[in-house]
Design a protein around this ligand. Structure first.
Ligand SMILES: [Zn+2]
Length: 115
């Protein structure tokens, strides 16, 4: 993956790798990345315009993105009983296009030892 795989490959119109789209609005996209090792199921939610991180998210896009995220999270809770929604920032963010992870099962990061 390049530094901005989302803009370069995942966003429709420039797709080089086929991704399974789960939800889509005018300015947002939710899909399963074609990567193994993310656990039981894993969905990525992104804005389709380039936004480097949550800190750069324009207010007029925040509601639409959160609405898509909420739909995917509700679906994950319905399907699996629960999920984790997270995004990374700064030196913890490896791909500099804002992306939310919706993780379930083995893909959930456990913040409490043994939890
Ligand atoms: Zn981008």
């Amino acid at each position: 993956m390049g530094p901005d795989w989302y803009c370069n490959e995942a966003i429709p119109g420039t797709v080089k790798v086929e991704v399974e789209v789960l939800a889509q609005t005018e300015n947002t996209l939710a899909f399963r990345p074609p990567l193994l090792g993310f656990g039981t199921d894993h969905i990525i939610v992104i804005p389709t315009q380039h936004v480097p991180s949550l800190l750069d998210l324009p207010d007029d896009l925040a509601g639409e993105l959160l609405t898509t995220l909420k739909k995917v999270a509700a679906w994950a809770v319905d399907q699996y009983g629960g999920c984790q929604v997270l995004t990374t920032l700064g030196n913890e963010q490896h791909n500099k296009h804002l992306h939310w992870h919706v993780a379930v099962g083995d893909g959930v990061a456990r913040f409490v030892p043994g939890g």
